[in-house]
Design a protein around this ligand. Structure first.
Ligand code: ADP
Ligand code: MG
Ligand code: MG
Length: 483
Protein backbone atom coordinates (compact mmCIF):
# COMPACT_ATOMS: atom_id res chain seq x y z
CA UNK A 1 0.00 0.00 0.00
CA UNK A 2 1.41 3.38 -0.86
CA UNK A 3 1.83 5.40 2.31
CA UNK A 4 1.90 9.12 1.92
CA UNK A 5 4.87 10.64 3.79
CA UNK A 6 2.45 13.07 5.40
CA UNK A 7 0.46 10.26 6.98
CA UNK A 8 0.14 11.09 10.68
CA UNK A 9 1.66 8.77 13.26
CA UNK A 10 -0.55 8.09 16.26
CA UNK A 11 0.88 8.77 19.69
CA UNK A 12 2.13 5.41 20.99
CA UNK A 13 1.19 3.63 24.19
CA UNK A 14 4.74 3.75 25.57
CA UNK A 15 7.97 5.41 24.54
CA UNK A 16 9.98 3.42 21.99
CA UNK A 17 12.54 2.07 21.30
CA UNK A 18 12.88 -0.22 24.25
CA UNK A 19 16.30 -0.89 25.60
CA UNK A 20 17.79 -3.88 23.71
CA UNK A 21 18.22 -6.27 26.67
CA UNK A 22 14.76 -5.49 27.98
CA UNK A 23 13.26 -5.99 24.51
CA UNK A 24 14.94 -9.38 24.04
CA UNK A 25 13.81 -10.56 27.44
CA UNK A 26 10.20 -9.41 27.19
CA UNK A 27 9.87 -10.75 23.63
CA UNK A 28 10.94 -14.22 24.73
CA UNK A 29 8.49 -14.14 27.64
CA UNK A 30 5.68 -12.83 25.46
CA UNK A 31 6.16 -15.60 22.86
CA UNK A 32 5.85 -18.28 25.53
CA UNK A 33 2.94 -16.48 27.14
CA UNK A 34 1.23 -16.45 23.74
CA UNK A 35 1.69 -20.17 23.11
CA UNK A 36 0.70 -21.06 26.66
CA UNK A 37 -2.47 -18.96 26.48
CA UNK A 38 -3.55 -20.05 23.05
CA UNK A 39 -2.60 -16.98 21.03
CA UNK A 40 -1.33 -19.61 18.65
CA UNK A 41 -1.81 -21.27 15.27
CA UNK A 42 -0.73 -24.34 13.35
CA UNK A 43 2.24 -23.64 11.15
CA UNK A 44 1.62 -23.54 7.39
CA UNK A 45 5.29 -24.12 6.56
CA UNK A 46 5.87 -27.02 8.94
CA UNK A 47 2.39 -28.27 9.66
CA UNK A 48 1.86 -30.81 12.38
CA UNK A 49 -1.45 -31.58 14.07
CA UNK A 50 0.59 -32.05 17.24
CA UNK A 51 2.16 -28.64 17.59
CA UNK A 52 1.45 -24.94 17.64
CA UNK A 53 3.36 -21.77 16.86
CA UNK A 54 2.47 -18.53 18.56
CA UNK A 55 0.28 -16.39 16.31
CA UNK A 56 1.95 -13.23 15.01
CA UNK A 57 1.27 -10.45 17.49
CA UNK A 58 2.16 -6.85 18.23
CA UNK A 59 4.18 -6.59 21.42
CA UNK A 60 2.62 -3.44 22.82
CA UNK A 61 -1.00 -2.52 21.98
CA UNK A 62 -1.43 -0.15 19.05
CA UNK A 63 -3.20 3.14 19.52
CA UNK A 64 -6.71 3.62 18.21
CA UNK A 65 -8.84 6.78 18.58
CA UNK A 66 -11.16 6.26 21.55
CA UNK A 67 -14.01 8.26 20.07
CA UNK A 68 -13.99 6.13 16.92
CA UNK A 69 -13.75 2.89 18.86
CA UNK A 70 -16.75 3.88 20.96
CA UNK A 71 -18.65 4.90 17.86
CA UNK A 72 -18.09 1.49 16.32
CA UNK A 73 -19.31 -0.22 19.49
CA UNK A 74 -22.50 1.85 19.61
CA UNK A 75 -23.19 1.28 15.91
CA UNK A 76 -22.94 -2.51 16.06
CA UNK A 77 -26.52 -3.33 17.10
CA UNK A 78 -27.74 -1.00 14.33
CA UNK A 79 -25.53 -2.78 11.83
CA UNK A 80 -26.74 -6.13 13.14
CA UNK A 81 -30.33 -5.09 12.50
CA UNK A 82 -29.42 -3.70 9.10
CA UNK A 83 -27.84 -6.99 8.04
CA UNK A 84 -30.74 -8.98 9.44
CA UNK A 85 -33.18 -6.89 7.43
CA UNK A 86 -31.07 -7.17 4.29
CA UNK A 87 -30.81 -10.94 4.65
CA UNK A 88 -34.61 -11.17 4.77
CA UNK A 89 -35.27 -8.96 1.76
CA UNK A 90 -35.63 -11.45 -1.06
CA UNK A 91 -36.29 -8.83 -3.70
CA UNK A 92 -33.24 -6.77 -2.76
CA UNK A 93 -30.86 -9.72 -2.66
CA UNK A 94 -32.17 -11.05 -5.94
CA UNK A 95 -31.93 -7.80 -7.88
CA UNK A 96 -28.61 -6.76 -6.32
CA UNK A 97 -26.90 -10.01 -7.22
CA UNK A 98 -28.58 -10.48 -10.61
CA UNK A 99 -25.62 -9.30 -12.72
CA UNK A 100 -22.95 -10.74 -10.43
CA UNK A 101 -24.28 -14.29 -10.56
CA UNK A 102 -24.18 -14.28 -14.35
CA UNK A 103 -20.39 -14.30 -14.17
CA UNK A 104 -19.36 -15.33 -10.67
CA UNK A 105 -19.85 -19.07 -10.45
CA UNK A 106 -19.28 -19.30 -6.70
CA UNK A 107 -21.86 -16.66 -5.82
CA UNK A 108 -24.19 -18.23 -8.40
CA UNK A 109 -23.89 -21.58 -6.63
CA UNK A 110 -24.77 -19.99 -3.31
CA UNK A 111 -27.61 -18.13 -4.95
CA UNK A 112 -28.97 -21.34 -6.47
CA UNK A 113 -29.19 -22.86 -3.03
CA UNK A 114 -31.00 -19.74 -1.87
CA UNK A 115 -33.42 -19.94 -4.80
CA UNK A 116 -34.19 -23.59 -4.17
CA UNK A 117 -34.72 -23.02 -0.46
CA UNK A 118 -37.01 -20.09 -1.22
CA UNK A 119 -39.06 -22.24 -3.56
CA UNK A 120 -39.44 -24.96 -0.92
CA UNK A 121 -40.02 -22.56 1.95
CA UNK A 122 -37.56 -22.23 4.84
CA UNK A 123 -37.63 -25.25 7.14
CA UNK A 124 -36.02 -23.19 9.88
CA UNK A 125 -37.24 -19.62 10.28
CA UNK A 126 -34.45 -18.53 12.63
CA UNK A 127 -30.92 -17.53 11.69
CA UNK A 128 -27.95 -16.63 13.85
CA UNK A 129 -25.62 -13.92 12.64
CA UNK A 130 -22.18 -13.85 14.22
CA UNK A 131 -20.95 -10.79 12.36
CA UNK A 132 -17.75 -8.82 12.28
CA UNK A 133 -17.76 -5.28 10.95
CA UNK A 134 -14.23 -4.14 10.02
CA UNK A 135 -12.96 -0.56 10.02
CA UNK A 136 -9.97 1.54 9.21
CA UNK A 137 -9.62 5.07 10.56
CA UNK A 138 -9.40 7.49 7.65
CA UNK A 139 -6.84 10.27 8.06
CA UNK A 140 -8.47 12.52 5.47
CA UNK A 141 -11.58 12.74 7.66
CA UNK A 142 -10.02 13.35 11.05
CA UNK A 143 -9.46 9.63 11.58
CA UNK A 144 -13.18 8.86 11.38
CA UNK A 145 -13.74 5.14 10.97
CA UNK A 146 -14.73 3.81 7.56
CA UNK A 147 -16.13 0.33 7.10
CA UNK A 148 -13.81 -1.97 5.14
CA UNK A 149 -16.36 -4.75 4.97
CA UNK A 150 -18.78 -6.77 7.01
CA UNK A 151 -18.38 -10.51 7.45
CA UNK A 152 -21.42 -12.71 7.90
CA UNK A 153 -19.64 -16.06 7.66
CA UNK A 154 -16.74 -17.50 9.65
CA UNK A 155 -16.01 -14.18 11.38
CA UNK A 156 -12.79 -15.21 13.05
CA UNK A 157 -10.40 -14.23 15.85
CA UNK A 158 -13.03 -13.69 18.53
CA UNK A 159 -11.35 -16.39 20.57
CA UNK A 160 -7.73 -15.37 20.18
CA UNK A 161 -8.51 -11.64 20.39
CA UNK A 162 -10.04 -12.23 23.81
CA UNK A 163 -6.76 -13.78 24.99
CA UNK A 164 -4.61 -11.09 23.46
CA UNK A 165 -5.62 -8.48 26.00
CA UNK A 166 -4.05 -10.49 28.88
CA UNK A 167 -0.94 -11.07 26.73
CA UNK A 168 -0.38 -7.38 26.10
CA UNK A 169 -1.34 -6.60 29.72
CA UNK A 170 1.40 -8.99 30.78
CA UNK A 171 3.93 -7.28 28.51
CA UNK A 172 2.99 -3.81 29.73
CA UNK A 173 3.31 -4.92 33.36
CA UNK A 174 6.69 -6.51 32.66
CA UNK A 175 7.80 -3.21 31.17
CA UNK A 176 6.62 -1.31 34.24
CA UNK A 177 3.60 0.30 32.62
CA UNK A 178 0.73 -1.24 34.56
CA UNK A 179 -1.05 2.12 34.53
CA UNK A 180 -1.57 1.79 30.77
CA UNK A 181 -3.91 -1.17 31.20
CA UNK A 182 -6.88 1.02 31.95
CA UNK A 183 -6.86 2.31 28.37
CA UNK A 184 -7.28 -1.20 26.99
CA UNK A 185 -11.01 -1.93 26.72
CA UNK A 186 -12.09 -5.27 28.05
CA UNK A 187 -12.91 -7.77 25.39
CA UNK A 188 -15.54 -10.45 25.83
CA UNK A 189 -15.78 -11.53 22.21
CA UNK A 190 -15.44 -15.23 22.96
CA UNK A 191 -18.24 -15.32 25.52
CA UNK A 192 -20.44 -13.07 23.39
CA UNK A 193 -20.10 -15.16 20.24
CA UNK A 194 -20.47 -18.52 21.99
CA UNK A 195 -23.47 -17.32 23.98
CA UNK A 196 -25.03 -16.47 20.62
CA UNK A 197 -24.67 -20.07 19.49
CA UNK A 198 -26.07 -21.29 22.79
CA UNK A 199 -29.06 -18.95 22.54
CA UNK A 200 -29.77 -20.53 19.16
CA UNK A 201 -29.41 -23.98 20.70
CA UNK A 202 -31.99 -22.95 23.31
CA UNK A 203 -34.39 -21.82 20.58
CA UNK A 204 -34.03 -25.23 18.95
CA UNK A 205 -34.96 -26.65 22.35
CA UNK A 206 -33.99 -30.30 22.16
CA UNK A 207 -31.78 -31.41 25.06
CA UNK A 208 -29.92 -34.13 23.13
CA UNK A 209 -29.10 -32.00 20.10
CA UNK A 210 -25.58 -30.73 19.37
CA UNK A 211 -23.77 -27.75 17.87
CA UNK A 212 -21.92 -28.62 14.67
CA UNK A 213 -18.83 -26.70 13.51
CA UNK A 214 -18.20 -26.93 9.77
CA UNK A 215 -14.45 -26.91 9.31
CA UNK A 216 -11.81 -27.00 6.59
CA UNK A 217 -9.76 -30.13 5.91
CA UNK A 218 -6.92 -28.50 7.84
CA UNK A 219 -7.64 -25.79 10.40
CA UNK A 220 -4.56 -23.60 10.77
CA UNK A 221 -6.47 -21.21 12.98
CA UNK A 222 -7.31 -24.09 15.30
CA UNK A 223 -7.02 -22.22 18.62
CA UNK A 224 -9.61 -19.68 17.64
CA UNK A 225 -12.06 -22.50 16.87
CA UNK A 226 -11.15 -24.59 19.91
CA UNK A 227 -11.65 -21.61 22.20
CA UNK A 228 -15.26 -21.48 21.02
CA UNK A 229 -15.68 -25.22 21.43
CA UNK A 230 -14.05 -25.38 24.87
CA UNK A 231 -15.92 -22.31 26.10
CA UNK A 232 -19.24 -23.91 25.17
CA UNK A 233 -18.27 -27.28 26.69
CA UNK A 234 -17.01 -25.73 29.91
CA UNK A 235 -19.80 -23.18 30.38
CA UNK A 236 -22.66 -25.36 29.16
CA UNK A 237 -21.42 -28.95 29.72
CA UNK A 238 -24.73 -30.44 28.56
CA UNK A 239 -24.20 -29.12 25.01
CA UNK A 240 -21.97 -31.25 22.80
CA UNK A 241 -19.90 -29.79 19.97
CA UNK A 242 -19.01 -31.79 16.85
CA UNK A 243 -16.60 -30.82 14.09
CA UNK A 244 -17.12 -32.00 10.50
CA UNK A 245 -15.89 -31.01 7.05
CA UNK A 246 -18.41 -30.42 4.26
CA UNK A 247 -17.20 -33.71 2.76
CA UNK A 248 -17.98 -35.57 5.97
CA UNK A 249 -21.44 -34.03 6.16
CA UNK A 250 -21.98 -35.18 2.59
CA UNK A 251 -20.97 -38.72 3.53
CA UNK A 252 -22.81 -39.13 6.79
CA UNK A 253 -25.51 -36.44 6.96
CA UNK A 254 -29.19 -37.07 6.32
CA UNK A 255 -32.54 -35.54 7.13
CA UNK A 256 -34.97 -37.08 9.59
CA UNK A 257 -38.75 -37.11 9.42
CA UNK A 258 -39.09 -33.48 10.44
CA UNK A 259 -36.06 -32.53 8.38
CA UNK A 260 -33.75 -32.66 11.41
CA UNK A 261 -30.12 -32.82 10.37
CA UNK A 262 -28.80 -36.19 11.56
CA UNK A 263 -25.16 -37.19 11.60
CA UNK A 264 -23.86 -40.73 12.02
CA UNK A 265 -25.36 -42.45 15.02
CA UNK A 266 -28.46 -40.30 14.52
CA UNK A 267 -27.05 -37.34 16.38
CA UNK A 268 -29.39 -34.40 15.86
CA UNK A 269 -27.83 -31.04 15.03
CA UNK A 270 -29.44 -27.94 16.53
CA UNK A 271 -27.00 -25.28 15.34
CA UNK A 272 -24.53 -25.25 12.44
CA UNK A 273 -21.60 -22.87 12.80
CA UNK A 274 -19.73 -22.43 9.52
CA UNK A 275 -15.98 -21.89 9.84
CA UNK A 276 -15.64 -23.11 6.25
CA UNK A 277 -17.76 -22.89 3.13
CA UNK A 278 -16.92 -19.27 2.25
CA UNK A 279 -14.58 -19.94 -0.66
CA UNK A 280 -14.63 -22.10 -3.80
CA UNK A 281 -11.78 -24.31 -2.55
CA UNK A 282 -14.02 -25.56 0.24
CA UNK A 283 -16.24 -27.23 -2.36
CA UNK A 284 -13.90 -29.49 -4.35
CA UNK A 285 -16.78 -31.63 -5.70
CA UNK A 286 -20.53 -31.44 -6.10
CA UNK A 287 -20.72 -33.47 -2.88
CA UNK A 288 -19.76 -30.46 -0.75
CA UNK A 289 -22.40 -28.33 -2.49
CA UNK A 290 -24.93 -31.09 -1.86
CA UNK A 291 -23.94 -31.04 1.81
CA UNK A 292 -24.45 -27.29 2.01
CA UNK A 293 -27.85 -27.68 0.40
CA UNK A 294 -28.78 -30.51 2.75
CA UNK A 295 -27.92 -28.35 5.76
CA UNK A 296 -29.76 -25.38 4.32
CA UNK A 297 -32.97 -27.38 3.90
CA UNK A 298 -32.66 -28.89 7.38
CA UNK A 299 -34.30 -27.78 10.59
CA UNK A 300 -30.94 -26.85 12.12
CA UNK A 301 -30.35 -23.15 12.83
CA UNK A 302 -27.57 -21.98 10.55
CA UNK A 303 -24.84 -19.52 11.34
CA UNK A 304 -25.04 -18.16 8.77
CA UNK A 305 -28.12 -19.21 6.83
CA UNK A 306 -27.72 -18.87 3.06
CA UNK A 307 -29.50 -15.50 2.99
CA UNK A 308 -27.14 -14.16 5.63
CA UNK A 309 -24.18 -15.46 3.66
CA UNK A 310 -25.40 -13.64 0.54
CA UNK A 311 -26.10 -10.47 2.54
CA UNK A 312 -22.39 -10.41 3.38
CA UNK A 313 -21.19 -10.34 -0.23
CA UNK A 314 -19.18 -7.36 -1.39
CA UNK A 315 -21.83 -6.66 -4.03
CA UNK A 316 -24.51 -6.23 -1.39
CA UNK A 317 -22.21 -3.96 0.60
CA UNK A 318 -21.69 -1.82 -2.47
CA UNK A 319 -25.43 -1.53 -3.05
CA UNK A 320 -26.09 -0.67 0.59
CA UNK A 321 -23.70 2.26 0.54
CA UNK A 322 -26.16 4.22 -1.60
CA UNK A 323 -28.30 6.43 0.69
CA UNK A 324 -31.53 5.61 -1.14
CA UNK A 325 -30.89 1.93 -0.56
CA UNK A 326 -29.93 2.29 3.08
CA UNK A 327 -33.24 4.06 3.67
CA UNK A 328 -35.04 0.88 2.78
CA UNK A 329 -33.51 -0.90 5.78
CA UNK A 330 -33.07 1.76 8.46
CA UNK A 331 -36.07 3.84 9.51
CA UNK A 332 -34.56 6.13 12.10
CA UNK A 333 -33.02 9.20 10.38
CA UNK A 334 -30.31 9.57 13.07
CA UNK A 335 -29.27 5.95 12.70
CA UNK A 336 -29.32 6.31 8.94
CA UNK A 337 -27.00 9.28 9.14
CA UNK A 338 -24.61 7.58 11.53
CA UNK A 339 -24.38 4.42 9.42
CA UNK A 340 -24.13 6.42 6.19
CA UNK A 341 -21.05 8.18 7.55
CA UNK A 342 -19.05 5.00 8.00
CA UNK A 343 -19.41 4.07 4.34
CA UNK A 344 -16.78 5.21 1.94
CA UNK A 345 -17.38 5.40 -1.82
CA UNK A 346 -18.41 2.03 -3.25
CA UNK A 347 -19.08 1.68 -6.97
CA UNK A 348 -20.80 -0.86 -9.16
CA UNK A 349 -18.86 -2.42 -12.03
CA UNK A 350 -22.00 -3.83 -13.62
CA UNK A 351 -22.26 -3.80 -17.38
CA UNK A 352 -24.55 -0.78 -17.65
CA UNK A 353 -24.30 2.98 -17.85
CA UNK A 354 -23.37 3.51 -14.21
CA UNK A 355 -20.90 0.63 -14.17
CA UNK A 356 -19.24 1.83 -17.34
CA UNK A 357 -18.81 5.36 -15.97
CA UNK A 358 -17.25 3.83 -12.86
CA UNK A 359 -14.98 1.76 -15.07
CA UNK A 360 -13.75 4.95 -16.77
CA UNK A 361 -13.15 6.54 -13.38
CA UNK A 362 -11.10 3.53 -12.21
CA UNK A 363 -9.02 3.61 -15.39
CA UNK A 364 -8.37 7.34 -15.02
CA UNK A 365 -7.46 7.47 -11.31
CA UNK A 366 -6.75 3.91 -10.18
CA UNK A 367 -4.55 5.09 -7.30
CA UNK A 368 -7.71 6.11 -5.44
CA UNK A 369 -9.29 2.67 -5.43
CA UNK A 370 -9.32 -0.97 -4.51
CA UNK A 371 -11.09 -3.51 -6.72
CA UNK A 372 -12.80 -6.40 -4.94
CA UNK A 373 -14.28 -9.69 -6.13
CA UNK A 374 -16.99 -11.67 -4.30
CA UNK A 375 -14.54 -13.53 -2.11
CA UNK A 376 -13.64 -13.81 1.55
CA UNK A 377 -10.57 -14.69 3.49
CA UNK A 378 -8.15 -12.08 2.19
CA UNK A 379 -5.68 -11.94 -0.67
CA UNK A 380 -8.22 -11.47 -3.46
CA UNK A 381 -8.29 -7.70 -4.01
CA UNK A 382 -6.52 -5.60 -6.65
CA UNK A 383 -5.01 -2.30 -5.50
CA UNK A 384 -4.33 1.08 -7.05
CA UNK A 385 -2.09 1.03 -10.09
CA UNK A 386 -2.68 -2.70 -10.67
CA UNK A 387 -6.36 -2.03 -11.34
CA UNK A 388 -6.20 -0.92 -15.02
CA UNK A 389 -4.40 -4.08 -16.15
CA UNK A 390 -6.76 -6.26 -14.17
CA UNK A 391 -9.79 -4.51 -15.67
CA UNK A 392 -8.42 -4.69 -19.19
CA UNK A 393 -8.15 -8.44 -18.89
CA UNK A 394 -11.89 -8.69 -18.13
CA UNK A 395 -14.81 -8.52 -20.51
CA UNK A 396 -17.53 -5.99 -19.69
CA UNK A 397 -19.74 -8.70 -18.25
CA UNK A 398 -16.92 -10.19 -16.21
CA UNK A 399 -16.50 -6.88 -14.42
CA UNK A 400 -19.93 -7.38 -12.83
CA UNK A 401 -18.30 -9.89 -10.49
CA UNK A 402 -16.27 -7.05 -8.92
CA UNK A 403 -16.90 -3.84 -7.03
CA UNK A 404 -14.78 -0.74 -6.78
CA UNK A 405 -14.10 1.00 -3.48
CA UNK A 406 -12.33 4.17 -2.36
CA UNK A 407 -9.04 3.39 -0.68
CA UNK A 408 -9.11 4.27 3.00
CA UNK A 409 -5.93 5.85 4.35
CA UNK A 410 -5.33 4.88 7.97
CA UNK A 411 -2.91 6.62 10.32
CA UNK A 412 0.38 4.94 11.18
CA UNK A 413 1.49 3.53 14.46
CA UNK A 414 4.91 2.25 15.39
CA UNK A 415 5.80 -0.86 17.27
CA UNK A 416 7.30 -4.33 17.32
CA UNK A 417 5.64 -7.06 15.30
CA UNK A 418 6.58 -10.50 16.63
CA UNK A 419 6.30 -13.40 14.20
CA UNK A 420 7.53 -16.99 14.39
CA UNK A 421 11.06 -17.09 13.01
CA UNK A 422 11.44 -13.31 12.84
CA UNK A 423 14.55 -11.38 13.95
CA UNK A 424 15.50 -11.04 17.60
CA UNK A 425 15.47 -8.33 18.75
CA UNK A 426 12.62 -7.12 16.55
CA UNK A 427 12.89 -3.80 14.73
CA UNK A 428 10.43 -0.95 15.09
CA UNK A 429 8.13 -0.92 12.07
CA UNK A 430 5.39 1.36 10.71
CA UNK A 431 2.04 -0.31 10.96
CA UNK A 432 -1.67 0.28 10.41
CA UNK A 433 -4.53 -1.29 12.34
CA UNK A 434 -7.94 -2.60 11.29
CA UNK A 435 -10.59 -2.77 13.99
CA UNK A 436 -13.22 -5.50 13.92
CA UNK A 437 -16.37 -5.29 16.02
CA UNK A 438 -18.33 -8.48 16.61
CA UNK A 439 -22.09 -8.54 16.67
CA UNK A 440 -24.68 -11.21 17.41
CA UNK A 441 -28.15 -11.14 15.97
CA UNK A 442 -30.79 -13.86 16.13
CA UNK A 443 -34.26 -13.78 14.70
CA UNK A 444 -36.63 -14.72 11.92
CA UNK A 445 -38.08 -12.65 9.07
CA UNK A 446 -40.44 -10.78 11.39
CA UNK A 447 -38.65 -10.50 14.71
CA UNK A 448 -35.21 -10.01 16.12
CA UNK A 449 -34.98 -11.68 19.49
CA UNK A 450 -31.33 -11.12 20.36
CA UNK A 451 -29.18 -8.26 19.15
CA UNK A 452 -25.95 -7.20 20.82
CA UNK A 453 -22.39 -6.09 20.30
CA UNK A 454 -19.95 -8.81 21.26
CA UNK A 455 -16.39 -7.62 21.68
CA UNK A 456 -13.72 -6.64 19.23
CA UNK A 457 -10.44 -7.53 17.57
CA UNK A 458 -7.58 -5.51 16.19
CA UNK A 459 -5.41 -6.72 13.33
CA UNK A 460 -2.30 -4.77 12.55
CA UNK A 461 -0.22 -5.00 9.39
CA UNK A 462 2.95 -3.46 8.03
CA UNK A 463 2.05 -0.13 6.50
CA UNK A 464 3.66 -1.27 3.25
CA UNK A 465 1.33 -4.28 2.88
CA UNK A 466 -1.96 -4.04 1.04
CA UNK A 467 -3.49 -6.72 3.20
CA UNK A 468 -2.69 -8.04 6.59
CA UNK A 469 -3.63 -11.72 6.56
CA UNK A 470 -2.44 -13.04 9.92
CA UNK A 471 -1.89 -16.57 8.66
CA UNK A 472 -0.29 -15.16 5.49
CA UNK A 473 2.37 -13.55 7.68
CA UNK A 474 1.81 -9.87 6.93
CA UNK A 475 -0.56 -9.15 9.73
CA UNK A 476 -0.46 -9.61 13.45
CA UNK A 477 -2.98 -9.80 16.25
CA UNK A 478 -3.23 -6.79 18.46
CA UNK A 479 -5.67 -4.97 20.70
CA UNK A 480 -6.52 -1.32 20.86
CA UNK A 481 -4.95 1.16 23.24
CA UNK A 482 -7.47 3.97 23.28
CA UNK A 483 -6.18 7.50 22.87
P1 ADP B 1 -11.85 -10.11 2.76
O1 ADP B 1 -13.29 -10.46 2.84
O2 ADP B 1 -11.09 -10.96 1.83
O3 ADP B 1 -11.22 -9.97 4.12
P2 ADP B 1 -11.63 -7.18 2.64
O4 ADP B 1 -12.61 -6.32 1.99
O5 ADP B 1 -11.63 -7.17 4.12
O6 ADP B 1 -11.82 -8.65 2.07
O7 ADP B 1 -10.20 -6.80 2.12
C1 ADP B 1 -9.04 -7.42 2.63
C2 ADP B 1 -8.08 -6.38 3.18
O8 ADP B 1 -7.78 -5.41 2.19
C3 ADP B 1 -8.59 -5.58 4.37
O9 ADP B 1 -8.39 -6.27 5.58
C4 ADP B 1 -7.77 -4.31 4.27
O10 ADP B 1 -6.48 -4.52 4.83
C5 ADP B 1 -7.62 -4.15 2.76
N1 ADP B 1 -8.67 -3.24 2.25
C6 ADP B 1 -9.89 -3.60 1.82
N2 ADP B 1 -10.62 -2.54 1.44
C7 ADP B 1 -9.85 -1.46 1.64
C8 ADP B 1 -10.03 -0.06 1.42
N3 ADP B 1 -11.17 0.42 0.94
N4 ADP B 1 -9.01 0.75 1.74
C9 ADP B 1 -7.84 0.28 2.23
N5 ADP B 1 -7.61 -1.03 2.44
C10 ADP B 1 -8.59 -1.91 2.15
MG1 MG C 1 -14.47 -10.70 4.55
MG1 MG D 1 -11.65 -8.62 5.57
Amino acid sequence: MSVDENTPVLRGCIKLPLNKEELIEVTAKAKDYAIMHGAAMRSKTSFSPDSLNFAPFVLVPSSFPRKEFEKAIVLQPIINRLMHNVAHDEEFITTTLAETIKVDEFTANLFNIYRKVLALGFTQAYSVGLLRSDYLAHVYEGCAIKQVEINTIASSFGGIATHLVPLQNFVLRELGHAEKLQRMPKNEALAGLCDGMVKAWNIYAKPESVILFIIEDISYNICDQRFHEFYIRETYPHIKVLRRTLTEVHNEGKLGQSKELLLSGNTEVAVIYFRAGYEPGHYPTQGEWDARYLMETSLAIKCPSIQYHLAGTKKVQQALAQPAVLERFINDPEEMKAVGKIFTGLYSMDDNEVGNANYEMAMRTPEKFVLKPQREGGGNNVYGLDIPDALKRMSRVERSAWILMDLIHPPLSQGYMIRPGSDVPPQIVDMVSELGIFGVVIGDADHIIHNYQAGHMLRTKLSTANEGGVAAGLGALDSPYLI
